[in-house]
Design a protein around this ligand. Structure first.
Ligand SMILES: Nc1ncnc2c1ncn2[C@@H]1O[C@H](COP(=O)(O)OP(=O)(O)O)[C@@H](O)[C@H]1O
Ligand SMILES: [Mg+2]
Length: 257
């Protein structure tokens, strides 16, 4: 379990970016975090990934203190991170070497087996010997996901992993995220692609560094005004559903989810 108690975070030069965050994420949960740019999503995810430390409060993953530098390697074995831009995460051009690097860094064995299994999960097994500059952005992002999977972490933090991809790339990567959920990974997923919020277990809404609301995807219709008030886009699929309903065509929410 990931547990944040009264967590605050402030950059050295600036304002408080996370305010009194209280959050529990159970194993195998798929949690989506939404909020306008600057609301603190990335900062929260970095904190959960052990990259930034809370300036106040307690943050733990499986009871390991996320704020203690000494725990860094233990945290890396628990929490994998996928960022927005895969090009910032890929170090070696060769796909095999890039994934191997992360595994070796953690001192894990069965390197070849880990690489093959991870590439299979993201449907990239044919590209083990490819050079990353030959890959599309979506394929590169699948490699960074494979890299995380190869390290065997149970928690995966994903910070807008589809933001830089074309629509096909977005879809392929998001399908993999859903597959990981089915396989039992715990996923903490920030997004601005509003249709993506419909498929997680719960949606956390951030504003100005605070968690201001938590909803379940099947409560989305009752929360349209809430999204509008927070200046967030209504998921396009929901917009279509509402338009059809106006015309008397009644489609159940379940049908589109
Ligand atoms: N390195 C930094 N130094 C100072 N302030 C930062 C830094 N990174 C982000 N911020 C500020 O922290 C706030 C939250 O940013 P961020 O966590 O990136 O939000 P989001 O991911 O929701 O867009 C913003 O006001 C941003 O300007
Ligand atoms: Mg961000």
């Amino acid at each position: 379990m990931i547990e944040l108690k009264d967590v605050n975070f402030k950059y050295k030069n600036g304002d408080i970016v996370l305010k009194d965050i209280n959050l529990k994420i159970q194993e195998e949960e798929f949690v989506t975090i939404i909020g306008k740019n600057g609301s603190g999503k990335s900062t929260l995810l970095k904190l959960i990934g052990g990259i930034t430390k809370a300036t106040k409060g307690q943050a733990t993953v499986d009871e390991i203190d996320l704020s203690n530098k000494k725990n860094f390697m233990d945290i890396r074995k628990k929490v994998g991170i996928v960022f927005q831009n895969p090009e910032n995460q890929i170090i070696f051009n060769n796909v095999h070497d890039d994934i191997a690097f992360g595994i070796k860094n953690l001192g894990l064995d069965n390197i070849e087996k880990r690489i093959k299994e991870a590439l299979k999960t993201v449907n990239m097994e044919e590209h083990e010997n490819a050079e990353s500059y030959d890959l599309s952005m979506g394929q590169k992002q699948r490699i960074t996901i494979a890299s995380v999977l190869s390290m065997g972490t149970k928690y995966i933090v994903m910070d807008e992993p589809t933001a830089m991809l074309d629509s096909e790339g977005k879809e392929t990567v998001y399908e993999i995220v859903k597959k990981l959920k089915k396989q039992g990974y715990t996923i903490i997923y920030a997004t601005n692609v509003m249709d993506e919020i419909l498929y997680s277990d719960r949606i956390i809404l951030m504003e100005k560094g605070m968690i201001v609301k938590e909803i379940k995807p099947n409560e989305i219709l009752e929360n349209i005004e809430e999204l509008k008030k927070r200046k967030l886009q209504i998921p396009p699929k929901i917009q279509t559903l509402l338009k059809l309903r106006e015309k008397g065509i009644n489609i159940d929410l379940e049908e589109i989810m």
